[in-house]
Design a protein around this ligand. Structure first.
Ligand code: GCB
Ligand code: CA
Length: 896
């Protein structure tokens, strides 16, 4: 067919399509609205007549754990709950086949329609559907009941992981109606159409389309199978039609000819050019479209080399991007599509070209967006930490692997199928060598089985196993041999070791596995975006430590051509219910927050990854700063940096130049004399006569070193004891600053030493336990131990002194999670701690015993109003009765 005829043909098709659409075309409609929810098991819930009027009214997507998984009470409801909905199905649909289609339910779903059991799906992260045609009352109300079981199940992965297993129907639900002749959706809820590109080059691409067609008529029939490939503008570059005969009740696979596309417009991250493939089943006589599906088509070829990294369309490309979880601040994982889309955009805007969709397949909109924006992806089934050595577990893994591959087969963005994340993290039977050997053998066997299934289902992509940094353990178990790519999740300089150990680890891979392509599938450090330090330390959770970490890692990754790519752990902070740390229940290794506020690290990557000039002030989220004025001055000097990819940047403070500084490794730094109140920072980079600017407005709370200063009268100070951290409290509009030792004329502690969190991984600067009754945990997680006094040489006046305590040493047992380093705590004997507190000689607390009076690990704040006269200042004394006295933080506020 020549082009002109082709146009006429398509036009004609359009007319036919319009008039016949009602008869045949597939209808897919969401039924997310107007559901009833019961937060428990209920024997009657499946029946048609169950009275659900007292149940909660909810809209999907929904999770029942959005509150209990993020509160201070250990654990969250992993149980059976029920959902019900009544849905009207019109008469016109009676001639059709109807399906319930679920995008994801965690984790076992039993579906009932009008009191009849329809089927069960196991696994919380893959899509599924069931045909319900025979159960439907047309032109009437139909009751859908879904039992959702989110209990731990030894046969369903994941068994354990560092993220919250939200229960619920947390993705969209659809009703789908198709004609008797339709593409077969019964293959693991795939579309029934599978597109491959066995050959792609600059000159031509070969496309083949396999479609599985079902004839559910009671008679044999003939249909036309039509394929149309359109370019981005909707122009057909290929169209064909082929008559096939279908026996009654037959389902069969049809393979298209090799379709040739000359001089294809190639898909890549920098040119995510999408064709579309429209596949139709048409009535041979009338030409009516009976069913049709559309898929994206990206024409690209790619290759991983163990020596040189990754190539797409023959060009080298360093894969840089992030991992992603699917939750959001206070919403759990029940997000509308738009929020998934927004996350992919964040990766793109950063300049990323890679997304590891970890640790499970996600909402379909994620891959759709990756196709459109040009983000290469790795998709993974949720085997995390460990396996169960049962046939049922293995079967579920295999089933999920097939679901993953079939459901996502046609996305050009997918280049890797992955499975088994850190499966030897905390293997059981470590003490019984023989039994451990059996366990590892079982893992190896399962890995090989999954590998075989994936390679058979899709020989066009790579496979990968992401391991944690225990090289030999994985090598010995063959997990570095079985997949085509080895992924390493590396945290040197965070969980253990030092930054250069990361470099050494990569080089070890190169020398010991010279034929294995490698991706750094995870790396990251927890950052609480309200914590800062000018002396950053491992496990202080500060922005600045995170910066050091990423600056080092990024350089090591970029410097090694054999490292094909790297994915930051994680795009966004995410909930992990068992976690302590500076923001309990949250893993805060995101380069954006739970609310998607950009953190500093995001900007570092942006500077590195963008071609066009980038000038971004660092620590941008830090709006309230504070510090002590250098003696006899009205300034406090603090470091400021800019992330940029231009050669030099000039920085201005309140309009005055602070100098032009060179940019090295995407960063330029200054020592800035902040003044009391407003400080406007402006960074300017100049390229070819054009200026690129960034601005930040900082409110600086300057404290005179001499508290009796007249130029800078004392108003308030908030101090974290035993800490070098700054903590910004945006809600209360406060800045907490690090402690200092008392000096005459000034303020500070007398005696004692900072509390250290001693773990098997080393000694950390602060506690990481969830302090009860507060969400400002960092105020309570550091402490001065054995303090004898706190002194402030303030002027006379009326003051409110607030003392903050939390007992950090106790016998409280903490939940064991493979990641929570609190578990690795070297338990200190709790002992007894009793002390008196005196303010200016008056006893304000007698025999204070935090554990006995309030319980350990609990936030206690006490306010004392006092009048300071006769120039005597404030002296707070701590007199131990038993054990050592402690103080976690102090706030002193002057009323008059
Ligand atoms: C890992 C895991 C990931 C965790 C991460 C962490 O290696 O694969 O699930 O969240 O470490 O932050 O500890
Ligand atoms: Ca808390």
């Amino acid at each position: 067919m020549n082009y002109k005829n082709l146009h006429a043909f398509i036009l004609l098709m359009g007319i036919v399509f319009n008039t016949m659409a009602q008869q045949g075309n597939r209808i897919k409609q969401s039924i997310n609205e107007d559901w009833k929810f019961y937060r428990d098991n209920n024997e009657q819930a499946y029946t048609e007549n169950c009275n659900d009027s007292a149940w909660a009214s909810i809209t999907l997507p929904h999770t029942w754990n959005k509150l209990d998984a993020i509160d201070e009470v250990k654990g969250y409801d992993r149980k059976v709950c029920w959902y019900r909905k009544s849905v009207y199905i019109a008469k016109e649909n009676a001639k059709k086949h109807s399906y319930l289609f679920f995008e994801g339910v965690n984790q076992i779903a039993d579906i009932y329609v009008n009191g009849q059991f329809v089927g069960q799906h196991q696994g919380g992260y893959t899509q599924f559907n069931f045909e319900i045609t025979s159960l439907i009352k047309y032109d009437g109300k139909n009751t859908i009941a879904v039992k959702v079981d989110n209990r731990h199940n030894a046969d369903i992965p994941p068994l354990s992981a560092d993220f919250t297993f939200w229960g619920g129907i947390y993705r969209d639900v659809y009703l789908v109606h198709t004609h008797d002749l339709h593409f077969d959706n019964s293959r693991h809820a795939s579309s029934g159409v599978f597109i491959t590109t066995p050959e792609v080059s600059k000159d031509r691409a070969i496309v083949t389309i396999r479609s599985v067609i079902s004839n559910e008529l009671e008679s044999s029939t003939k249909v036309n199978i039509c394929y149309t490939i359109q370019d981005k503008f909707g122009e057909a570059v290929y169209a064909s039609s082929k008559k096939i005969s279908m026996a009654k009740q037959e389902s069969k696979q049809i393979r298209s000819d090799n379709i040739e596309i000359k001089s294809p417009n190639l898909w890549s991250p920098k040119n995510p050019y999408l064709y579309t493939v429209c596949t139709q089943i048409k009535d041979v006589k009338t030409g009516a479209v009976l069913d049709e599906v559309m898929h994206p088509l990206g024409l690209r070829w790619f290759e991983f080399s163990a020596e040189k990294g990754f190539f797409i369309n023959g060009e080298h490309l360093k894969l840089i991007g992030t991992n992603r979880h699917q939750d959001y601040l206070k919403m759990g994982n029940a997000l509308p599509d738009e929020m998934h889309i927004r996350d992919v955009k964040l990766v793109k805007e950063m300049g990323g070209n890679f997304l590891r969709i970890s640790h499970y397949p996600q909402d379909p909109t994620v891959l759709e967006m990756c196709d459109k924006l040009g983000i290469l992806t790795s998709v993974e089934i949720p085997i995390v930490d460990k396996i169960t050595e049962s046939q049922a577990f293995a079967d579920n893994c295999i089933y999920m692997a097939k679901e993953m591959v079939y459901q996502n087969f046609n996305h050009p963005s997918v280049i890797i199928w992955a499975y088994m994340n850190e499966v030897l993290l905390r293997p059981p039977f470590k003490k019984d060598e023989e039994r451990y050997g059996v366990y590892v053998k079982n893992i190896t066997a399962l890995a090989q089985q999954i590998e075989d299934v994936i390679r058979e289902a899709d020989p066009s992509r790579y496979t990968m196993i992401p391991n944690h940094g225990a090289f030999d353990r994985y090598k010995d178990a063959q997990l570095t041999q079985i997949p085509m790519i080895v992924g390493w999740n590396l945290y040197q300089g965070w969980y253990g070791g030092e930054f250069p150990d990361f470099d050494k680890y990569l080089d070890k891979h190169r020398s010991e596995l010279p034929n294995k392509p490698v991706i750094v599938t995870e790396y990251g450090a927890d950052v609480h975006s309200c914590l800062h330090s000018f002396e950053p330390e491992r496990f202080d959770y500060t922005v600045e430590y995170g910066n050091l970490y990423h600056e080092h890692y990024l350089k090591a990754i970029m410097d090694r051509p054999f490292v094909a790519g790297a994915a930051i752990w994680n795009l966004a902070d995410f909930y992990s219910s068992g976690r302590g740390n500076a923001r309990p229940t949250v893993n805060c290794k995101g380069i954006v927050g739970l609310d998607r506020e950009l953190k500093d690290n995001y900007l570092l990557y942006k500077a590195l990854l963008h071609q066009d000039p980038v000038v971004e002030l660092g620590q941008k989220e830090w709006k309230i700063r504070g510090g002590i004025a250098t003696e006899n001055s009205d300034q406090c000097i603090q470091a400021v940096h800019v992330y940029s990819n231009v050669n030099k940047v000039e920085l201005f403070l309140n309009g005055e130049s602070m100098g032009i500084h060179p940019v090295q490794d995407y960063k330029a730094s200054w020592a800035i004399p902040f003044v009391q109140g407003e400080n406007i920072l402006e960074a300017v980079g100049r390229v070819k006569g054009k200026s690129y600017r960034d601005r930040n407005r900082i409110d600086f709370r300057l404290i005179a070193s001499n508290l009796k200063s007249e130029t800078l009268p004392f108003t308030e100070v908030n101090v974290l004891l035993g800490s070098k951290r700054y903590f910004e409290d945006k809600l209360l509009d406060l800045i907490w600053i690090p402690e200092q030792e008392y000096q005459e004329g000034s303020w500070g502690y007398i005696g004692g030493e900072p509390y250290k969190n001693k773990t098997k991984y080393g000694s950390f600067p602060c506690s990481d336990i969830d302090i009860k009754d507060t969400d400002k945990d960092p105020i309570f997680q550091s402490q001065q131990v054995d303090i004898s006094a706190y002194k402030m040489d303030v002027p006379d006046g009326k003051y409110t002194i607030s003392l903050f305590w939390a007992e950090l040493v106790s016998d409280i047992e903490h939940e064991k999670s493979a990641y929570n380093l609190g578990d690795e705590k070297i338990q200190e004997a709790a002992g007894e701690r009793v002390f008196d507190v005196l303010i200016n000689g008056e006893i304000v607390e007698q025999e204070l015993n935090l554990t006995k009076q309030y319980g350990a690990e609990r936030a206690i704040t006490k306010k004392y109003e006092i009048v300071v006269s006769n120039g005597k200042g404030i002296t707070i004394q701590f007199h131990p009765v038993k054990g050592k006295a402690v103080l976690n933080a102090i706030r002193v506020y002057r009323s008059y």
